[in-house]
Design a protein around this ligand. Structure first.
Ligand code: DQA
Length: 155
């Protein structure tokens, strides 16, 4: 899995802790790595404050990764380029946000990414990444709920 963090997320821990919490990006990346191991997948995390660098990372993911977990941060609300890059590489993407963007200022309610994402998780603080990773892996594995999985006895 490729995990991308957008602009200003390198300041997590110090940046508006009332909105984004006190957990640092480094702590989030370590949590993602630990969670990925429990799911038997690999996750590489990358943060950039630059739209083009995020577009480059998405393009380079083509053929290298199976899925994308992305917090595009402010670019969520502005970036056609990031949306087009995700659509171009045709990589299943889950959009995550620490804060609940729908509870905040109107300009944060619109996401350019949401229409081309598998889904969006918003408002659970650092735990949005854990939920997002689980959702992405679940989507990729196409699993039915365990109690509904077909076994030879049930066919
Ligand atoms: C954010 C929400 C965005 O509106 C904001 O610009 C961010 C962080 C979040 O994780 O809550 O930088 O993506």
């Amino acid at each position: 899995m490729l995990v991308l963090h957008g602009p200003n997320l390198n300041l997590l821990g110090q940046r508006e802790p009332g909105v984004y919490g006190s957990v640092t990006l480094d702590e989030i990346d370590r949590l993602i790595d630990r969670e990925a191991r429990t799911l038997h997948v690999k996750a590489s995390c990358f943060q950039s404050n630059h739209e083009g660098a995020l577009v480059d990372a998405i393009q380079q993911a083509w053929g290298q990764y199976n899925g994308l977990l992305i917090n595009p941060a402010a670019y969520t609300h502005t970036s056609v380029a990031i949306r087009d890059a995700i659509a171009a590489v045709d990589l299943p993407a889950v959009e995550v946000h620490l804060s609940n963007i729908h509870q905040r200022e109107p300009f944060r309610h619109h996401s350019y990414i949401a229409p081309i994402a598998v889904g969006q998780i918003s408002g659970f603080g650092y735990y949005s990444y854990v939920l997002g990773l689980h959702a992405l892996v679940h989507h990729l594995r196409g699993r039915r709920p365990p109690h509904l999985q077909e076994s030879p006895e049930s066919i």
